[in-house]
Ligand binder design. Structure first.
Ligand SMILES: *Cc1c(COP(=O)(O)O)cnc(C)c1O
Length: 386
């Protein structure tokens, strides 16, 4: 008997999420309204910092775009980020007519190398976008010290990082200008599609709220439910359509309550992989420093020289054993758009390039049973002839 295919990722949606969505559907208010507001309040409470503004959006991509727009990124500016990320991190810079400077990673953590960030700064550089790759915090103290020294803004791409800590503080509460989380279907909590822009900056928050919904100076829910009914509004800018629906927020309310339990399960799976892979010709995923939370959105392994097979064959052999894998990421410097626009060479990004050539992401999600984890371990061992 062959076991069913174990997919690379699956969301965990409970009866409470389903009941909340049904409640929303029956309530008469299905777009941005009371549940999106509650989700924002709950998110601020989750981060535990009363100085934060939490602005729900329909994707992390939207949140990154709004954050960069609000800090004034535009044509002629440069923004530095890692090549080892999803294209969304960088594409938002191009939406605003600014240019992207990609830099290489630290080969141990797979996060952006702060020294290379500093070396890439030019008179045009306005901001940096650190990514917490896989859910492991980037070196924020070093990056923020560089940002302060050079007068740069910092927007964290925290699409993988709920919950993640950096020196004991949750990502979202750190010293950057804004932090953006993703609730895409395969992220650590999900609303199907969705995101949250978090900032301490009052002006940034006000601008992002206006630009989230057409550049209107009051949001639709306020307008239609205010004590004094008001049909009047003003358009102050050509804004976007980036608001999160209450249907999506209904999912988020319950996902957020489970975020720490989800993280514990993911960390357990990561620990099982780590222990099982000791002694194999394979580099396990980098660990967080002792006492820090790693969100474990991803579990990327890298094949060692003695593995006896390449990454593509490794993924094919796991697939043949009923296990889904993926690759995070095909670095941006290899993608035609980025490569051609900035004349990039793989040799400019040796660590990202090397990691990419060796790496495969194994399944890591809360619905995996211990038997599923053991199945992945057995398949990896069989593939490596161990
Ligand atoms: C998923 C992801 C995004 C985009 O998130 P969406 O909510 O799908 O827009 C951005 N950056 C990284 C690193 C991601 O993995």
């Amino acid at each position: 008997m062959t076991a069913a295919f174990l997919p690379f990722a699956l969301p965990e949606i409970g009866d409470d999420e389903i009941a909340e969505v049904v409640d929303t559907l029956k309530s008469g208010w299905i777009t941005t309204g009371p549940k999106a507001k509650r989700f924002e309040d709950d998110f601020a409470a989750f981060l535990g910092d009363s100085g934060l503004h939490c602005i729900s959006v329909n994707s992390a991509t939207a949140g990154l775009h709004l954050a960069l727009e609000a800090i004034g990124i535009g044509p002629g500016d440069e923004v530095i980020t890692t090549t080892h990320t999803f294209t969304a991190t960088a594409e938002v810079v191009r939406y605003l007519g600014a240019d992207v400077r990609l830099v290489d990673i630290d080969p141990v953590t797979l996060n952006v190398d702060p020294a290379l960030v500093e070396a890439a700064i030019t008179p045009r550089t306005k901001a940096i976008i650190p990514v917490h790759y896989g859910g492991l915090a980037a070196d924020m103290p070093a990056l923020m010290s560089i940002a302060r020294r050079h007068g740069l803004k910092a927007v964290e791409d925290a699409a993988h990082a709920l919950p993640t800590t950096c020196h004991g503080a949750l990502v979202g509460t750190l010293a950057s200008d804004a932090t953006v989380f993703s609730f895409y279907a395969n992220k650590t909590i999900t609303t199907g599609e969705g995101g949250m822009l978090v900032t301490r900056d009052e002006a940034l928050a006000q601008r992002a709220k206006v630009m989230r919904l057409h550049g209107i100076n009051r949001d639709a829910f306020d307008r239609f439910t205010a004590k004094t009914p008001s049909w009047y509004y003003e358009i102050v800018a050509p804004g976007f359509k980036y608001n999160l629906t209450d249907i999506a927020a209904a999912l988020g309310l319950h996902q957020l309550k489970k975020a720490h339990a989800f993280q514990r399960r993911r960390a357990e799976i990561a620990a099982q992989y780590h222990a099982a892979f000791t002694g194999l010709p394979l580099l396990p995923a980098p660990l967080a420093p002792q006492g820090e939370l790693h969100a474990w959105h991803l579990y990327p392994v890298r094949l060692a020289a003695g593995a006896g097979l390449g990454r593509d064959a490794f993924i094919e052999r796991l697939f043949a054993q009923g296990i889904g894998c993926s690759v995070h990421y095909i670095p941006l410097h290899l993608q035609p758009y980025w490569r051609e626009r900035y004349q990039l060479q793989a040799t400019d990004f040796p660590h990202s390039q090397h990691a990419y050539e060796q790496m495969a992401s194994l399944p890591i999600y809360t619905r995996m049973t211990d038997a599923d984890v053991a199945r992945v371990v057995d398949a990896v061992k069989a593939t490596l002839g161990a």
